[in-house]
Ligand binder design. Structure first.
Ligand code: 5RP
Length: 301
């Protein structure tokens, strides 16, 4: 039977070249489906295996957080330097241009405000909505040791089931309540539980001591939250140490958008995360960039 292909050219099957079987670049993610891996590649840079996620979802429980009062004014200028944006669907629809073509990590849990018990969250989104918004991942807060621990763990496992059905990764956020520990022992416990129960990657806090044991005992990638605003040099040093200790990047908010110079800061963080720059050099870069941007602004006014 003749083949439909009517080309005159002789077929090339390259029988001498074996098909390459390339492992996926992220720890613990090799056995995920194509769609998941494709979405993860919109979060993590496949060249460096790392990510600079910009977290601006704080308003989902604390309203107009300092630095996020006007996301259109303060955050849009940072978008070119973020690998991924972590935010709520409200801010996404209202403010972020749909031409933004990097990964969106959608806040998928919520409920209580700062006026109430924070661990009492529910899933705050339908999977259809996440698909409609074309997100790269969904993020859920998990309160290990918190008052509503079991409920938040179940929120996570239900989201993991929904995400697995459609190839959408889930980021498990180890939420640290007011009275919960922030040491390596706690972070190992929380991160490992999240990974065991199926999240695709974990967000946790950096611990001064033994953070390498937190990343080593977690079978999937870990990114660190920035936490409260620190002096820029200290935040850069924390990011550097986290990467040295095996973190796959940062999911940083206040230490970027509350900086004196948010653009200079996110660019300096990129130097640490993607270029393995030392904190001193990244801080020098921050100062130079800050001066340059301030000079440009003065010239315009
Ligand atoms: C809110 C979050 C934030 O995204 C997270 O805390 C990152 O922001 P920051 O660097 O400001 O701590 O998960 O619960």
């Amino acid at each position: 039977m003749p083949e439909v292909d009517e080309s005159e050219r002789e077929k090339q099957f390259y029988t001498d070249i074996p098909v390459k079987n390339r492992p996926f670049f992220l720890k613990g993610c090799n056995n995920l489906d194509w769609g998941m891996k494709n979405r993860l590649s919109k979060i993590f840079n496949p060249k460096t295996g790392k990510t600079v996620m910009l977290a601006i979802d704080h308003g989902y429980f604390q309203g107009p957080t300092t630095g996020l009062e006007r996301v259109d004014v303060t955050i849009l200028p940072l978008l070119p330097y973020a690998d991924t944006l972590m935010l709520t669907r409200g801010i996404l629809r209202a403010i972020i241009p749909p031409t933004f073509d990097k990964g969106i990590v959608l806040r998928a849990s919520g409920g209580p405000s700062v006026l109430n018990e924070l661990s009492n969250e529910e899933i705050a989104i339908d999977i259809d909505e996440a698909i409609r918004l074309n997100v790269a991942a969904m993020a859920v807060q998990v309160f290990i040791g918190g008052q509503f621990e079991t409920k938040s763990v179940h929120n996570m496992t239900r989201l993991v089931d929904m995400g697995n059905r459609y190839g959408i990764p889930v980021l498990g956020v180890t939420a640290v309540g007011k009275d919960m520990g922030r040491d390596a022992k706690y972070m190992r416990l929380a991160s490992r539980i999240l990974a065991e129960l199926g999240v695709t990657y974990v967000k946790t806090y950096y611990t001064e001591k033994d953070f390498d044991t937190v990343t080593a005992s977690c079978p999937v990638p870990i990114v660190i939250a920035g936490g409260k605003k620190l002096p820029e040099k200290d935040a850069l040093t924390m990011a550097y140490r986290a990467i040295q200790d095996g973190a796959a990047g940062v999911d940083m908010g206040r230490n970027i958008f509350q900086s004196d110079s948010p653009v200079a800061m996110i660019k300096a963080i990129r130097k640490i995360v993607h270029d393995r720059e030392k904190p001193e050099a990244a801080f020098e870069f921050f100062l130079e960039e800050k001066n340059r941007l301030e000079g440009n602004k003065k010239r315009k006014t």
